[in-house]
Design a protein around this ligand. Structure first.
Ligand SMILES: Nc1ncnc2c1ncn2[C@@H]1O[C@H](COP(=O)(O)OP(=O)(O)OP(=O)(O)O)[C@@H](O)[C@H]1O
Ligand SMILES: [Mg+2]
Length: 361
């Protein structure tokens, strides 16, 4: 099923400002759409509006061609998985999974069939007669998913379903969820504030801030072509280096005049109207190149080396005191206190308008 939001706005009673404003979005059939953004930006509000649990203040919500603004949750053919997935402690895994169907007076045979199917898919067959207290956190999370799956909804809505799990289990469940989505093919809307979850699972990311959509696209699009400074800083770890400066004689020159970059021919075209104006240069930590042979290289002092295994993050200071984060392969040798030269891959430079924050190139 396709979910379309047209100019959706939400104002809670008693609040002065709109929590969401002008949200336009098309979630395609079979999309794994991740709503991403910092705490309080309106993710849960948006999801609950799609679910029918929050009223819609303005705009239109469509499931395929049908306008569903006023349709009650139970008639929307959706299933929701929450962060706090409270299972019924006195019921077995089997009963927990079948409960919603039982409430709907579904035929016992069909319930059995659906629960067994879901249990097989989620590898819960061995635990069907255990109580929630006797299984692990990850298994409990899968039961919560199972509860949603047995209903065979057209749309899955999930609100931070993995945030209660430890890091290892979360990593595991991420892959499980992607597999499950491939098998079931249901349209999924998944809310998280964790950019790694979004990058690894989404077919489409919707990055929000302060009640407004900042960018919609595939993970690579947000990573490689962030539409503005907010997206640039939110996506990617470590955070993209952002350097304030000006365009002088077609070159980017940083405020402290230490970093001087000659943009690529393509970027030069985009920067034509910015001669003499303030811009921000964005460089991802992994796009620096070690060595001084490049014309635009700069010198810095390594303050701190963070060893992460496959990579090292160098916290490098320019003479002006400005700090850059530089990522190098983990087996490279860098010591704290050393001075080094770095250049850049000019194909990987991001330019933003200082005033508006919008991407230039
Ligand atoms: N029932 C409510 N009444 C009034 N204001 C609300 C209500 N629910 C949420 N809000 C406000 O709306 C804004 C968005 O909240 P929402 O829960 O959608 O954020 P979120 O992006 O899901 O954040 P988090 O990542 O912390 O879960 C917040 O400022 C919040 O205080
Ligand atoms: Mg929330």
């Amino acid at each position: 099923m396709e979910v379309t939001l047209r100019n959706i706005g939400k104002k809670y009673e008693g609040r002065e400002k709109f929590t969401l404003k002008g949200v336009n979005l098309k979630i395609e059939n079979q999309d794994f759409c991740v709503i991403l953004g910092p705490s309080g930006c309106g993710k849960t509000t948006l999801l609950r509006m799609i679910a029918g649990l929050n009223s819609i203040t303005e705009g239109d919500l469509y499931f395929d061609e049908k306008r569903v603004n006023k349709t009650s949750p139970k008639d929307r053919d959706i299933a929701m998985v929450f962060q706090s997935y409270a299972l019924y402690p006195h019921m077995s895994v089997y009963e927990n999974m079948g409960f919603s169907l039982l409430m709907r007076k579904e035929n016992k045979k069909i319930i059995h069939q659906r629960v067994m199917e879901a249990a097989k898919l989620l590898e819960l067959t061995d635990y069907l007669y255990s109580k929630p207290s006797d299984i692990s956190g990850g298994q409990r999370q899968r039961v919560a998913l199972g509860r949603a799956i047995v209903r065979k909804p057209k749309v899955f809505l999930m609100d931070e379903p993995l945030s209660n799990l430890d890091a290892k289990l979360r990593e595991h469940m991420r892959v499980e969820l992607v597999r499950l989505h491939k098998t079931l093919g249901s349209t999924t809307v998944y809310v998280t504030h964790d950019q790694t979850e979004a990058m690894t699972m989404a077919t489409k990311i919707v990055l929000m801030n302060d009640g407004k959509i900042q960018q919609v696209g595939k993970p690579e699009e947000l990573y490689n072509k962030p539409a503005n400074l907010f997206v640039a800083k939110f996506i990617g770890s470590p955070t993209m280096n952002i350097i304030d400066g000006k365009i002088k004689n077609k070159k980017f020159v940083s405020k402290d005049e230490i970093i001087k970059v000659t943009p690529s021919k393509e970027d030069e075209e985009f920067l034509k109207d910015y001669e003499g104006k303030e811009v921000c240069l964005g460089i991802r930590a992994e796009r620096f190149e070690s060595g001084g042979q490049l014309g635009d290289a700069f010198e810095c002092r390594i303050d701190v080396v963070e060893m992460l295994g496959k990579e090292k993050i160098l916290y490098a200071r320019l003479k002006s005191g400005f700090e850059l984060m530089i990522s190098v392969p983990g087996h490279y040798e860098y010591e704290e206190g050393e001075n080094h030269f770095f250049g850049y891959n000019t194909k990987a430079l991001h330019f933003f308008d200082k005033k508006t924050g919008k991407r230039i190139n």
